[in-house]
Design a protein around this ligand. Sequence first.
Ligand code: OFO
Length: 172
Amino acid sequence: MAGNKMYEALNEQIKYELYSSYLYLSMSAYFSEAGLNGFANWMMVQAKEEMTHANKLYGYLISRGAPIKLLPIDGPPSAWKSPLDVLQEGLKHERFVTSRFNMLMDLADKSKDHASKIFLQWYVTEQVEEEENFTDLVNKLKFIKDDGGALFMLDKDLAARAFVDSTQAAEA
Ligand code: OFO
């Protein structure tokens, strides 16, 4: 049986996933206010995904009979300088979340908690995709610079993103 340290850290990770959802919801609101509805949709889908990441952690802890201790969630920022600034901050946040999962994997290794390690592997893979998605948008926005027409086209593309619960697909 894994030590409480692992379960405490996984409980704490629920907070970070919910904060991620809160952050992206706030970013979605920023884009809605700016009239960039495609970006707003992309961020809203991202916010929904983060909820599923939190729920997956919750489900695992319940299945292990571990205590659930939900922690307070900080308020996210609500103002950014530009769409590029928003995406850069999002990428920075994803890198932070990746560092959290690396730390959790180290902890699983140290405590020889094989079940948690296998469970956490899904998140390690997911973080590669998360960083890639944000990096892609950062690069596109750097390329676009002040080209309003190109920004409009990208906004149109991002309106097509649909929510898929990848935590369910992975378990199917
Ligand atoms: Fe939960 O993947 Fe982003 O933070």
